[in-house]
Every structure is written in structure tokens, then in C-alpha cells.
Design a protein around this ligand. Sequence first.
Ligand code: G2H
Length: 256
Amino acid sequence: TQRTPLIAGNWKMNLDHLQAIAFVQKLAWNLKDAKHDFAAVEVAVFPPFTDLRSVQTLVSADKLPVVFGAQDVSAHDSGAFTGEISGAFLAQLECTYVLIGHSERRTLHGENDEEVAAKVTAAVKHGLVPIICVGETAADLELHGPSAVPVAQLRTALSGIDSAADIVVAYEPVWAIGSGQAATPEQAEQVAAQLRLVLSETLGQDVADKTRILYGGSVKGVNIAGYMREPNVDGALVGGASLDIDEFSSIVRFQK
Ligand code: G2H
């Protein structure tokens, strides 16, 4: 199965709605100038919630070949959940994707594997494609080796969905996030291969074959090609480097 690579820019809590409009427009021009083949590499941005309406309006008015998503979603549909955002609202804003279980949600907001699973189920229910983020801390790595924690996190995250769901998995070793200390392509491949096995065991071989597994953690223009050469790595989730248009564009235009 051919999997279309996905380069996803996680803006985290950066760029207000005016900056977001300028950024997305410039990104689209940059890639057009470079004759980027959007059918060959899909490009997605993940702005803060408050930017989504602006990005949606721009992308649909100018028919920009960029898709977008949110950085989190509620496990609930509606109701007394102050501060939460429903998947139904995100679907109305034409979000394609939603990040779920990013390590910052897990560590700073105490999200556990069960909550991640409930959010994955909610996202799928509302027609969003969850990008399920998993990864081990430096302590996990020392205690359990490279893939035990991400494998366990993924198993639980998949517990409420079936093989009809469209999903993406992102492997983000916590020790590599924003640290400048990226995993090597071999390390990323080793864990991605284990995660693909989990997909095959839980949702079947077809799902395992077609599901994209991204690497995230200090990805830059200079190191993207190494990851993309690995057979089980199908793209990247980019944080810091996604805020610099030229850097992000160079990641999107990686050469195999
Ligand atoms: C991991 C990653 C993007 P960075 O959080 O999700 O961030 O590329 O800055 O390490």
C-alpha cells in the first residue's frame, strides 16, 4: 500500500488569528512557487482553536491545498464542560484532523490513556481523523526500553474504535520534544515498526498497511529526509520548526 506522507505543523500556543492568516497564505505561496506536489505530500497545520475559523475561511476562499486541524478535542459532545471544545464544532469548521494525547496534554494537563481513548472515540464519531500521539519519557526509556510505553499507550488509545476508523499515529519520544535532541531515524523506525504491529493486531493488517505513522520531536529541514527514508515512518509532526515558514516549507519539500 502506498501511504501519502503527511507533514503536520503543530503550532502549540503560538500565532494569533491575524498571524495565522498571514502564515497560511505565505506557506501556500511558498509551496506553489516551489511547484510542490500536494498529492505527493499532504500538508496540515494545527493552529490554536481561536484561529480555526480564520484558517477555514482563508483555505476555502482561496482553495489553498493545505488542510488543518485542532490540537485537542473534548471526549464529550456538548454540555456542562467549561472550556472544552466538541468534535462536532471542529467538524463544522472543516477540520480534517485533531491531535490527541500530545505529550504536553499528558504531562501538563494530566491526560491519561483512558481519556486519550475517549477522545479518539469522540473524534472518530464526529468524522475527524485523530492523530494519536504516543511516546516515552527518558525515564521510561531507561526502565522499559524504547517501545513498551508507546505500544501500551497506543493499545489503550485504540480500544474504543474499529477498523473502519481513519486514524494517524504520531510517535513522539518525550525526550526529543523541543530539546533539539531528535531521535535517530533508526530509533524512530524501530518504534514505528512496533506501533504498526499493534495496529495489525488490534485493527487488522489492512489498517496497519494504510495508516500513516509520523515521527515527532525536533524535526527540522536538515533531518527530515533521514526519517522519510525509513519504511515505517510516513511523515512528521513538527513543533518549533513549523512556526518558521521557510523551515517548514523545506521540511515539506524533503528529498528522499
Ligand atoms: C513535539 C513536536 C511537535 P518539536 O511536541 O509536536 O515539537 O518539533 O518542537 O520538538
